[in-house]
Design a protein around this ligand. Structure first.
Ligand SMILES: [Zn+2]
Length: 233
C-alpha cells in the first residue's frame, strides 16, 4: 500500500489505515494510543466504532472480557473505506433481522440517546415503558456529506420530543451540583461529546434483555452471591 494513514482526509478513513499500518490484525490497541495518533480528533473513538458497519471486526472488553476497559483488539480488516465509494452505506435498504440483532447487541440493548433499556419506565414518566427500535442516524462526516448509522433508540427519543421542554439553566445548575465520581464521569462525557456507557450499565442492559425466565434465574443467582451461582443456560 503506497498511501499512509497520515495522508488521508477523514477520521474514519485514516483510523482504518492506522489500524492496518500501525496496529496490525490480531493486535491490541489502547484508547490512549489511538488518541495520541489523532490528537486533534475528539470523536476518534466513535469513528473507529463506525468501522464495524463496514465489516471491520474490533473487539472491546464486552466481546472479549480479557481486554481491559481501555483496550480493543483489531481482529479483522473490513472494506477498504479509504478507497472511493467504499465508505457509502446502502441507505434505503431495510434492516434485516440479523442486522437488528447485531445493532441491539452492540448497543447493549439500550437506547443510545437516553440509556433506557426495553421495558424500563422513564425517570420523569413512570407510566410509560420504553420500547426499543433501530433508528437511522445521519452522521455528518468531516469531508462534508454524511453517512447513515444504525443505532438502538427508544420510541420517545426517536420521535424526538420529550414531554418537558429542556431548560439550559436548570441543566447547568444540576451539572454543577454533581459531586465526586459522578461529577468526574459527567464532565468526561461532556468533554468527549458522547456518553460512554459504564460496565455496570452495559451489564444492566444485558440482564434486561434476557427472556423473563432466565432473567428471574439470573437475578436470583446474582443476589445469592455473584459467581457462586449456577450458570444460566
Ligand atoms: Zn431514549
Amino acid at each position: 500500500m503506497d498511501i499512509s494513514w497520515r495522508d488521508l482526509q477523514g477520521s474514519m478513513k485514516s483510523a482504518a489505515l492506522w489500524l492496518v499500518q500501525e496496529v496490525g490484525e490480531g493486535n491490541i490497541f489502547t484508547k490512549e494510543g489511538l488518541r495520541a495518533a489523532f490528537p486533534d480528533k475528539t470523536q476518534i473513538d466513535r469513528r473507529v466504532r463506525e468501522l464495524r458497519k463496514h465489516g471491520w471486526v474490533i473487539n472491546t472488553s464486552k466481546e472479549e472480557p480479557a481486554l481491559e476497559a481501555n483496550e480493543q483488539r483489531f481482529v479483522k480488516e473490513g472494506r477498504p473505506v479509504w478507497e472511493a465509494g467504499q465508505a457509502t452505506l446502502n441507505q434505503g435498504a431495510a434492516v434485516s433481522a440479523a442486522e437488528r440483532r447485531r445493532v441491539m447487541e452492540r448497543d447493549g440493548h439500550m437506547c443510545q440517546s437516553c440509556g433506557i433499556v426495553a421495558g424500563d419506565a422513564y425517570a420523569d414518566d413512570e407510566f410509560s415503558n420504553a420500547q426499543l427500535t433501530i433508528a437511522r442516524r445521519k452522521v455528518s462526516s468531516a469531508e462534508g456529506g454524511s453517512t447513515v448509522e444504525l443505532v438502538t433508540e427508544c420510541d420517545r427519543c426517536r420521535i424526538g420530543g420529550r414531554a418537558v421542554t429542556a431548560d439550559p439553566g436548570y441543566v447547568i445548575q444540576r451539572a454543577g451540583s454533581l459531586k465526586g465520581i459522578e461529577n468526574e464521569i459527567f464532565r468526561a462525557w461532556v468533554a468527549a461529546g458522547e456518553r460512554e456507557f459504564s460496565k455496570l450499565e452495559l451489564l444492566w442492559g444485558d440482564l434486561q434483555s434476557l427472556p423473563p425466565e432466565s432473567r428471574a434465574e439470573a437475578k436470583e443467582a446474582i443476589l445469592r452471591g455473584g459467581s457462586g451461582g449456577t450458570p444460566i443456560g
